[in-house]
Every structure is written in C-alpha cells, then in structure tokens.
Design a protein around this ligand. Structure first.
Ligand SMILES: [Zn+2]
Length: 277
C-alpha cells in the first residue's frame, strides 16, 4: 500500500479562548515533528492492525493474535514503548467498561475497552486536555458479523496509525498541558467507546480544549462524488456549536458568525499553520 497523505480529519472541539486577530507564524518545532512522521512507520502500523484478521468490537478478546483483544494489547504495548522515551510522563491503560445488549448492534452484554495513553503536561497549574483519537474497531458489511476477516486498513487502521505516530513523536517532547492519545472501540456498533470517554471526561470535569479525531485518513475518494484527491486534508468541523446557549445564538445571528465557531477557528488555524510550515 502506498500511504496517502491525510485526507480525512474530523475535528470536534470545544475551544473557548480564541479571540482577536492572530498572526500565525511557522513553528520550527512543528516543522521538526512533521519531518519525523514516517510513511513506512504508518504503513507498518496499518499492516500490523490488519494482521489481527478482524478488530470487530464483539470479536475474540482472548486470542493473542486475532480479534479486538489482541489488537488492544498490541496498541497498549506500543504506547508502553513510547513511554520509555518520555521521562516517565507517558502512561497507558486499557479502560474497560461493560455495554448492555441493546437489541440492535450489541447482541449480548459485552466488555469493551478504549486504549488510552496520557502524556502528562509539565505545568501542574495547567489543567487543559487535548485529545487525539481514532477508532480501533473494524467490520464487514454485516455489522453483527464478528467472525469474518475485517481488515479495516482504511477504516480506521489509517486513523489509529496516525494517532500512534503522533504519540510516538510527541511523547519525546514536553507540553505544558496534557495530551490523550486514544484508540476508541465500539464506533461501528454505535460510538460506544467515544461515549464512554465523554462520560468519563464529564464525570472527572476535564478541561478539554480540543479533540482531533481521525477516521479514514487514507481515503482519497470524496463522499458523494467520484473525485479522487490524495493531496488534500478533509476537515469536518462543527459550525454552530452543539452546546450553544440562547444568548450565544442571538449574538451569532446578529453579527453573522455562522462560520466562526471554535471548531471552525481551529480548522482554519490548522490549515494556515500547515501552509506556513
Ligand atoms: Zn470509521
């Protein structure tokens, strides 16, 4: 497989502090990190993920070589390798949780798990959290088929590989805020892993400034068209904030800020930064 540049990047974020005009300068440290991203490394990660046969959410959790359980253990073991170069700041865990049978895409009560690496911020007074994620689970057309091979190289081996590559490169560095690298599960069964992560964040009152979720970044086909373009990043970012208050909605309509949501601001900021870099 010849890896494509990132073509899908879903951006959901809750950014509260962007205001006023900003000049976006190139950042030599970001430039250096980008040079450390290796196509071969991404390809190897995707191939390894495919080698588990299926990563269906309800597939085997006991085997060491096949199924979602083996894939989760492998992602964690990679995180643990990165931890060795992080001066003790990177830790990893498989956050297990139980999902009740839902009569739809979860046939029986099941134990699911998100694989999470936490890169602790260096400033103890800075409680901000940035989340970078991809979904580890895969599936065939029949969403309840947990046995057949479901390689999921594109959906979403590619996004998990990008997330892991960033974890590898960023854990060598220090950031004042905390960064979470997460391989969520249960996406194809109904976004269960992401929901569990969101509930945890709410319960523990995390100060999330942004979440960058990567899904099918190797996909060069625009949805709904036959256009192929493997040179562009596709960013999906929220326009009107989901949690907008009535007053905020009034103000948005008054001053025509439909395209100035925090998510859109971050998307444009990222684009400009990449152009400068
Ligand atoms: Zn996906």
């Amino acid at each position: 497989m010849k890896p494509n540049p990132i073509s899908y990047l879903f951006v959901f974020l809750f950014f509260s502090q962007i205001s006023g005009a900003q000049i976006i300068n190139d950042d030599p440290e970001i430039k250096k990190m980008i040079t450390e991203i290796k196509a071969e490394s991404l390809e190897n990660t995707v191939k390894k993920l495919v080698s588990f046969g299926t990563r269906h959410t309800l597939s085997d959790t006991k085997s060491k070589t096949r199924g979602i359980g083996a894939a989760q253990q492998w992602v964690k073991s990679e995180f643990d390798k990165y931890a060795l170069q992080s001066s003790g700041r990177l830790t990893s865990v498989i956050d297990y949780f139980t999902i009740k049978a839902d009569g739809r895409r979860i046939a029986v009560d099941s134990q699911l798990g998100n694989v999470i690496a936490t890169l602790k911020g260096t400033d103890p007074t800075d409680n901000r959290v940035l989340i970078i994620s991809g979904h580890l689970d895969s599936r065939v057309s029949d969403v309840m088929d947990a046995k057949s091979d479901a390689p999921g190289a594109n959906d979403d081996g590619s996004g998990v590989a990008a997330m892991m590559e960033l974890a590898k490169i960023m854990s060598k560095r220090a950031f004042p805020y905390t960064i979470l690298f997460v391989a969520v599960t249960g996406e194809e069964q109904g976004l269960y892993g992401a929901r569990h992560l969101a509930e945890l964040a709410k319960k523990e009152n995390w100060n999330i400034i942004a979440m960058l979720n990567n899904d099918m970044i190797g996909n060069s086909l625009s949805s709904g068209t036959n256009l192929r373009d493997n040179t562009k990043v596709r960013v999906f970012s929220e326009a009107t904030p989901y949690l907008e208050t009535e007053d905020e909605a009034k103000m948005r309509k008054l001053i025509n800020r439909d395209n100035d949501s925090p998510s859109r601001l971050l998307a444009r900021y990222s684009k400009q930064l990449l152009i400068n870099t």
